[in-house]
Design a protein around this ligand. Structure first.
Ligand SMILES: Nc1ncnc2c1ncn2[C@@H]1O[C@H](COP(=O)(O)OP(=O)(O)OP(=O)(O)O)[C@@H](O)[C@H]1O
Ligand SMILES: [Mg+2]
Length: 347
């Protein structure tokens, strides 16, 4: 029974996946729903193949678009954890098209293979999160402002990714150091590997038509960003073939004050709980007055880096306490508004 359970993925419903995501990911309802559906189809496909009856359904790779610190990486990481499938994170900017110095895209499958302990069957139903895909946009054409005559390799990387996204047998280096011999390659079929790509597209407004401010950059002063269309992404420099292989497209918004407060305090692995635990190991009790976390959120909001800003603020506010560490053993530190504001030293 246990070997079957390991070889054939357990099927959980989209509602169950969403419910579990809700525990860890605050807000982002649309994204959580879309991810839950994509994950469900992924399980159905991989399960059918494991049982020897592959389904003729094309996979639904995902493109997440949203500002920094809104939870793109977090949602993908959480999903992989709860589906119990191998997961690898790749940074699109580290890859080059074949023949250039840098990593070939096959290396990302190699990393997935490593995270599944070289078990090819498990690798073939894993999830790869490709971050920063906006940085591999084609840049032969300039932006409206003349910006972006930057890069030659981006388009090539998109081209190389096509075959992985689509599903192809590739020969994957098991030794990611790039000192390969011909025995270091194993064939992996990427047909059932789910790709979740993400990017901020923060300078999208530079490439949009002049009448329509877009994206999350300086041009968008309101919090609710207008919908980003396929046309905008093409104009930005994403290839039509690339976008075509990412049929599930989700735009995520910046987190608001209330959501940031929840991110700080609610998830089982929340940033605040992390620091409470860190200090507990030194015998220090960190007690939070409700005004403390609120003050942190207020300071973080000014940075406009979403949940990322909160870690920076918290690190700053607790610096002296963390430094004193064991010397404070047995004491209780009360984190209220006054404490936060007195300890915060913006750099
Ligand atoms: N919606 C959210 N719910 C819970 N925690 C979140 C959420 N968004 C962000 N976080 C927390 O903030 C951290 C940073 O977020 P994350 O890495 O997902 O940002 P991102 O959207 O990938 O940003 P970037 O574009 O800069 O990579 C996460 O590790 C997580 O702890
Ligand atoms: Mg990220």
């Amino acid at each position: 029974m246990s070997t079957i359970a390991r070889d054939i993925p357990r099927l959980v419903t989209p509602a169950e996946i969403k419910c579990e995501l809700d525990r860890w990911v605050i807000g982002q309802e649309k994204a959580k729903k879309a991810i839950a559906i994509a994950a469900y189809s992924h399980l159905k496909r991989t399960r059918a193949r494991a049982m020897g009856t592959p389904l003729p359904i094309r996979k639904s790779n995902v493109l997440l678009i949203g500002p920094t610190g809104c939870g793109k990486t977090h949602i993908a990481r959480t999903l992989a954890k709860l589906l119990e499938v191998p997961f690898a994170i790749a940074d699109a900017t580290e890859y080059t098209e074949a023949g250039y110095y840098g990593k070939d895209v096959e290396v990302m499958i190699g990393e997935l293979l490593l995270s599944s302990e070289l078990d090819t069957a498990r690798t073939e139903r894993g999830i790869i999160f490709v971050d920063e895909v906006d940085k591999i946009a084609r840049r032969s054409h300039g932006a409206n402002t003349g910006a972006g005559s930057r890069d030659i390799g981006g388009e090539g990387v998109q081209q190389s990714l096509l075959k992985l996204l689509e599903g192809r047998q590739v020969f994957v280096p098991t030794n990611v150091s790039q000192h390969w011999s011909k025995h270091d390659f194993v064939p992996v079929d990427t047909t059932d590997i789910l790709f979740i790509c993400a990017g901020t597209f923060s300078d999208l407004h530079l490439y949009a038509s002049a009448t329509r401010p877009l994206g999350f950059g300086p041009a968008s002063s309101t919090r609710k960003s207008p919908e980003i269309t396929e046309k905008d992404l093409l104009r930005y420099g994403m290839l039509a073939e690339f976008l075509g292989r990412l049929p599930v497209r989700v735009q995520m918004g910046a987190l608001n004050t209330g959501e940031l407060l929840d991110v700080l305090t609610k998830p089982p692995d929340s940033i605040l709980k992390e620091y409470v635990e860190l200090l507990r190991l030194d015998g220090v009790t960190l007690r939070c007055d409700p005004s403390g976390p609120q003050a942190i959120v207020d300071l973080a909001m000014r940075r406009e880096t979403g949940a990322r800003g909160m870690r920076a603020v918290l690190e700053d506010v607790l610096q002296e306490t963390l430094f004193a560490g064991p010397a404070l053993a047995g004491q209780t530190v009360v984190m209220d508004q006054e404490f936060v504001e007195s300890q915060f030293k913006p750099s």
